[in-house]
Design a protein around this ligand. Structure first.
Ligand code: HXC
Length: 257
């Protein structure tokens, strides 16, 4: 059985984590399939955005605890860089990646969602960094991305207590971009991804780089970087087409060039 189901819908690559009996717990095989699917979507010129989702019960309930339990010592996990070695492929995607979260997004599942460009959540979504409960801690960026999105107080409380937060709280504290009724999540997420994929892909890439730079630079350097990227859009046929189409009161026909 495929652990990741991939389907192209228009210009969107829909990737569905598919280990339902284990609440989509993330094991090495699933991560391998996810990374291969991301590589394929990135290489496909007909794809303009990637939508990552799970099922109604779980986006992903974390790293596979059974798989981790087999690792016996520090030397093994550290030398082999197990678990964390190839778990952050999604952060290397140049195309926009949206997470649509229903049900549990726990531990590595919450971390995977936060690695995406933004998270849309159903009202039934639950987020947590519960690693402390099983004697470990976030290992795929949870403490860092939670702190950057939600601030120190929430990150500390969530990582130290291991408690779950619901979708509304996650939206209030910046983990989630938007909450929608659980039954509408897949439709809204696909529409959102289609809308993003209809825009100029090179411009979408520049916007990703620019927003991400906000987390790596101080303000004046970030604004300067943004200014240079803005100037760069004037080298694109899509920039000329977008402005011309507005003035001619028609939809733009982007060539993604
Ligand atoms: C392995 C898991 C799992 C996990 C659930 N399952 N989460 N297996 N790893 N992370 C399995 C259960 O063992 C069970 O399998 C099946 O999925 C259904 O789960 P139940 O526990 O029976 O369901 P329920 O009672 O509804 O409870 C749901 C739950 C609970 C609250 C989400 O499953 C839970 O607490 N799961 C663990 C969450 C967690 O600690 N995640 C963080 C992992 S550490 P069987 O075969 O018995 O039916 C982590 C580190 C990341 O993520 C750092 C590096 C990336």
């Amino acid at each position: 059985m495929a652990l990741v189901l991939a389907e192209n819908i228009g210009r969107v690559a829909l990737l569905r984590l598919n280990r339902p009996k284990k609440l989509n717990a993330l094991n090495a095989a699933l991560i391998g399939e996810l990374n291969a699917a991301l590589d394929k979507a990135e290489a496909d010129e007909k794809i303009g955005a990637i939508l990552l989702t799970g099922n109604e019960r779980a986006f992903a309930a974390g790293a596979d605890i059974g798989e981790m339990e087999k690792i016996k010592n520090y030397a093994e996990v550290c030398e082999e860089n197990l678990i964390t070695r190839d778990w952050e492929r999604v952060t290397q995607c140049r195309k926009p990646v949206i997470a649509a979260v229903s049900g549990y997004a726990l531990g590595g599942g919450c971390e995977l969602a936060m690695m995406c460009d933004f998270v849309l959540a159903g009202t039934d979504a639950m987020f947590s960094q519960p690693e402390i409960i099983i004697g470990t801690m976030p290992g795929a960026g949870g403490s860092q991305r939670f702190a950057r999105a939600a601030g120190k107080a929430k990150a500390m409380e969530m990582c130290l207590s291991g408690r779950m937060m619901d979708a509304k709280e996650a939206e209030r504290c910046g983990i989630v971009a938007r909450v929608v009724p659980a039954g509408s999540l897949q439709r809204v997420a696909l529409e959102t991804a289609q809308k993003i994929a209809s825009h100029s892909l090179p411009v979408a890439r520049m916007i990703k780089e620019s927003v991400n730079a906000a987390f790596e630079t101080h303000l004046s350097a970030g604004v300067q970087f943004e200014r240079r990227l803005f100037h760069s859009t004037f080298a694109l046929a899509d920039r000329a087409e977008g402005m011309r189409a507005f003035l001619q009161k028609r939809k733009p026909k982007f060539k993604h060039k």
